[in-house]
Design a protein around this ligand. Structure first.
Ligand code: SF4
Length: 287
């Protein structure tokens, strides 16, 4: 596919395609040749990306709304509270649509006419799908380009960050955990690696349109939310942060027994909500 956009050069696309031959786009570093198959890929993706939902959203942060949200299947994490679980573990399950030029360009035009100011890739997590995203962005004429929001979990390798840098205008990173033990228990990741790689992404993105999110989890205000807010206020005082207080038990937290994480199966308590409001005010004041 030829490159039309000045943001994605032919050499850039060539590098991106080559990265899939021994995939290390995220810290899982599977080493899988995704040009042959998805076998061995933790994200369960080959070269294709799948879209399981798209909509014009008015409900994101004002700086990026209205945005055309494109939800991509697959993820590098397995959070027990994931609201998109079925699309994470089965990225090709119906009604998934392969992300390609034929699907993408008419909808881009439609969403632009409807008032989209930005284009947000989300998931699951969009990073495992970044090569397919670059393929379709390469076909967008400059006159039709929308600023790109990469709504991600921070799990990117140096290669992924470099491939995305020319096309991403806003890095919207969800900082989930305040310590390695909770990352390990709730998302099935090496907690130390999680802390290291998310920090690398924050450092990379802070001069490139970084915005932050944090979802407050029941039973995790002292171990996760408070340290996350304190750290972000201290180390990233200039970066906008959206603390999300409306946790619902979804994904495995709704459908499975979780004897090792029963706290995820309830809402935030009234006391937790009070603490959260207080900490948000404190953080905002600190900014
Ligand atoms: S994107 Fe990450 S999880 Fe998927 S194959 Fe590559 S290294 Fe593995």
């Amino acid at each position: 596919m030829a490159s039309v956009s000045s943001r994605v050069s032919p050499a850039h696309l060539s590098d991106a395609r080559a990265s899939l031959r021994a995939c290390r786009l995220c810290p899982r570093a599977c080493g899988t040749d995704r040009t042959i198959s998805k076998n061995g890929a933790f994200c369960r993706l080959d070269v294709r990306a799948t879209v399981y939902r798209e909509l014009l959203s008015l409900g994101e942060e004002p700086a990026i709304s209205p945005t055309w949200l494109v939800d991509l299947g697959g993820c590098s994490l397995r959070c027990l509270f994931c609201s998109e679980w079925q699309h994470v573990v089965q990225p090709e399950a119906a009604p998934a649509q392969v992300l390609d030029q034929t699907w993408f360009l008419p909808r881009l035009q439609q969403r632009r006419r409807q008032g989209a100011r930005t284009l947000s890739f989300v998931g699951g997590d969009p990073t495992p799908s970044l090569v397919a995203v670059l393929e379709v962005l390469a076909t967008v004429p400059d006159a039709d380009w929308l600023p790109v929001v990469w709504n991600c979990n921070g799990w990117l390798s140096d290669t992924a960050r470099a491939l995305l840098a020319p096309v991403v205008d806003t890095w919207l990173v969800d900082v989930k955990f305040g310590n390695p033990q909770c990352a390990q228990r709730l998302a099935g990741v090496d907690g130390a690696l999680d802390a290291l790689e998310v920090t690398r992404t924050l450092e990379f993105a802070r001069s490139r349109g970084l915005r932050l999110r944090h979802l407050a989890l029941p039973g995790h205000l002292d171990c996760c939310t408070r340290p996350v807010l304190e750290r972000l206020a201290r180390d990233y005082p200039e970066v906008p942060l959206n603390v999300m207080p409306h946790y619902l038990p979804l994904g495995p937290a709704r459908t499975h027994r979780l004897p090792h994480a029963p706290e995820l199966q309830r809402l935030l308590s009234a006391a937790e909500q009070v603490s959260l409001v207080s900490w948000q005010a404190q953080w905002t004041h600190a900014k």
